[in-house]
Write a protein that binds this ligand. Sequence first.
Ligand code: ZN
Length: 112
Amino acid sequence: MSTILHEPTDTAGAHLELLRSMLEETFAVHTARLTELTEYGRLPDHGGYEPHTLELLTMSHRQHVADAAQALRRMAEGTYGICEGCQHRIPVGRLHTAPHATLCAPCQPQPF
Ligand SMILES: [Zn+2]
């Protein structure tokens, strides 16, 4: 019978690694998109976009980049996954849906 070693059942750590790669990917994807949109903005026809649409898209991607960057910073600081409202842990399921979440569901103001 094999001895089951008492492995560090660091599920939080495993989740954190996955979430970190998700955030890094989000950061990279939106940064690339921002670069693209910035280039479109310099074109005479704005790459076929309405200038207003281009502006909204740029703002949206910039927000995603900022959210991901801030989440990665919180990971580095060790405050990632702690609700800023009630200071409790944000459930891992919620973080998988929204890796940049700073609030747990009950503390999150409803959009509507
Ligand atoms: Zn909370």
